[in-house]
Design a protein around this ligand. Structure first.
Ligand code: CUK
Ligand code: CUA
Length: 623
């Protein structure tokens, strides 16, 4: 086609541009709201707010938990486009997470192997109350684990299991001076030691608050508490963490758990606990060496603030002044003045309720609260299916008896929201641009897909005086929580570093075998253990075939020599349940038994080249 032919004379557009523009204009006319869904057909018209056109980049990274799918997802905000999935506690068929040797080694740290995880709370490491782009931590309630994701490679690099407790739920990081600790709540109460004694004596059950050393990924200390711990957050002084606590009754059934009118927000005095541990004032349990201090009622390490029963979310305001405990069964949230906690620990206040400076009534089922950095808070109302926007200073005035209306707006969300989160809202940099409401039910918002429905993550513009709903985003089971991080905080790598510790163990194995991973294509045999080393450059593996004996334990190590961004290879051994991802300049390995005789083809499962289909080879299995 000549250049002239391809022009539409009247508009000056190429034919292709013209066809695209008309098709998209038609689409836009019938679709209504849908930020990020309708590409910018109208390059010259202004996008509706929240629209990110094709080729345009989002302003924020969202880190979403994957709930009981066990993973973490990265979404672009405001487009709400899903950018990546990071397998954490789950087995992943695309990348071979849970199948490769490198991932199995990491998962082994969590006491597994387990095939599932229940990820609730992803939170990023901070320095001086600001995201530092280094790690994201996440809990696994199902198997009592905590994992760390390295944000340079966006892979999980540590998984640990928390001793002496069951079901890690609430998780947040120490914000100030930096994330020395990851704080996490163990939820369920169990007897100690849990070896079969006292199984029918709930009065002997207990649970603990946990501090994990964020760099070492080891539990630094544990604190025994009364009740069941739910959610947690830390202050901006580096002094306190606060957790919501239900079941002050110590019951094991629902009616028993509901009996008391009040449960607690428990404050942990970090310096006092550290001093006790340093002074050797602790116990240990069983094989675990983790220091345990007793923080039950009357201890010098904790403060139990009575709040309406069964509180849920716990959120620190970005000005560092308040903890907010969300009522759940009560239509209120409780505002706790953090400076007054100092006074209580110093003995200047007698009654724990004296630290409460507000208890605004917001609506039915308050679960979690987010902040905009302008003095307003946004609380999810699970039962009312609304977000309540309220002003913190006015709520405090109302508690002092002044006649002020602290409610700014209530916005319907669809439906039954759990967590919500604002851009940068859990840090000093709360910028009040966007709010995401993680709705547990989608009901009629999407095409029906069978009895199991997706959930609905809604994007709300909070930059003005009123909240405006701009986008519905279906999500799969079950993102409890998310954080939204400005892209300026993130520096992910584009290709792997050859000396990355992620595959240090494999590199050491190769060294022992006398192999140079960057060039050798060799088979090294140790008895019935066979190490197969090969390189890959699109569209070739360094080896088109290798020979083993039936029953051999085969370890295949592939080093991707491509230096080009986005050229990832894969290695799949047909009929052996074997798959792995090998990113540019990465080394990956997988071990399996060659239990089938004859010709077994392997291939690259990651589309890498026009001849990607041809990127394959044979394992010849002799009998
Ligand atoms: S919990 Cu799920 S809605 Cu695990 Cu943070 Cu509140
Ligand atoms: Cu290499 Cu596809």
């Amino acid at each position: 086609m000549s250049k002239k032919d391809s022009k539409n004379d009247k508009s000056g557009l190429t034919r292709r541009q013209f066809i695209n523009a008309t098709a998209l204009a038609g689409l836009a006319g019938t679709t209504g709201l849908g930020a990020g869904l309708i590409p910018a057909a109208h390059a010259k018209t202004k996008h509706p707010k929240g629209t990110v056109g094709p080729g345009e980049l989002d302003e924020y990274y969202g880190f979403w938990s994957g709930g009981h799918s066990g993973e973490v997802r990265i979404l672009g905000v405001p487009s709400m486009r899903e950018l990546m999935r990071i397998p954490v506690f789950n087995i992943d068929s695309a990348t071979g997470w849970g199948i490769t040797n490198e991932s199995k080694e990491i998962l082994k740290g969590g006491g597994g192997p387990y095939l599932n995880g229940d990820a609730h709370h992803p939170h990023m490491s901070m320095t001086d109350g600001r995201y530092d782009g280094k790690y994201v931590f996440i809990n696994d309630k199902a198997n009592t684990r905590v994992a760390r994701i390295r944000c340079d490679i966006m892979k999980t690099d540590k998984v640990i299991s928390i001793p002496n407790v069951q079901a890690i739920h609430g998780l947040r990081v120490q914000k100030v001076p930096h994330t020395k600790y990851v704080f996490c709540n163990a939820e369920f109460r169990i007897p100690h030691p849990n070896d079969g004694r006292d199984i029918n004596d709930p009065s002997k059950y207990l649970t603990m608050f946990n501090a994990i050393d964020a760099e070492k990924m080891e539990v630094a200390w544990q604190v025994i508490v009364d009740g069941n711990l739910d959610n947690t957050d830390a202050d901006y002084k580096g002094k306190y963490a606060c957790s919501t606590c239900y079941n002050s009754e110590g019951a094991v059934d629902l009616p028993g758990t509901m009996r008391n009118e009040r449960d607690w927000a428990v404050v942990f005095n970090i310096p006092r606990i550290e001093d006790a541990v340093k002074a050797g004032k602790f116990t240990t349990l069983g094989d675990s060496k983790v220091p345990i201090v007793d923080g039950r009622h009357g201890s010098e390490y904790t403060m139990y603030i009575p709040v309406p029963k069964s509180p849920h979310g716990l959120n620190t305001s970005p000005d560092g002044k308040y903890f907010v405990a969300n009522g759940k069964l009560s239509p209120t949230v409780t505002i706790i003045d953090i400076d007054k906690i100092d006074d209580w620990f110093d003995g200047k206040l007698k009654d724990e309720r004296d630290v409460v400076v507000g208890e605004p009534e917001l609506g039915l089922g308050p679960l979690h609260t987010a902040f905009d950095g302008r003095g307003n808070a946004y609380t999810t109302l699970f039962i009312d299916s609304q977000i309540a926007k309220w002003n913190v200073a006015d709520a405090i005035k109302a508690y002092q008896g002044k006649k002020v209306n602290y409610i700014r707006q209530k916005l319907d969300v669809m439906y039954q929201p759990g967590h919500n989160h604002t851009t940068m809202g859990e840090t000093r940099d709360a910028d009040g641009k966007w709010l995401v409401s993680l709705c547990k039910f989608a009901k009629d918002r999407f095409l029906p897909v069978g009895p199991l429905h997706p959930e609905n993550d809604q994007l709300i513009d909070i930059s003005g005086d009123t909240m405006k709903l701009v986008h519905d985003g279906p999500t799969f089971a079950e993102p409890h929580d998310c954080i939204i991080v400005h892209r300026s905080k993130m520096k992910p790598l584009k290709i792997w570093k050859r000396n990355d510790p992620f595959y240090a163990k494999t590199t050491a194995m190769a060294k022992k075998d006398g192999i140079v991973l960057e060039k050798d294509n060799k088979v090294v045999r140790h008895g019935n253990k066979v190490h197969v080393y090969m390189t890959s450059i699109a569209p070739n593996f360094g080896m088109t075939d290798f020979t083993v004996k039936l029953g051999d334990e085969v370890t295949v190590v592939v080093t991707n020599l491509d230096q080009i961004e986005d050229v990832t290879h894969g290695f799949t051994m047909t009929n052996h349940g074997v798959v792995m991802e090998i990113g540019p300049q990465q080394t990956s390995s997988v071990t399996f038994i060659a239990d089938k005789p004859g010709v077994q083809w392997f291939y690259c499962q990651w589309f890498c080249h026009a001849l990607h289909m041809e990127m394959r080879g044979r394992m010849l299995v002799e009998v």
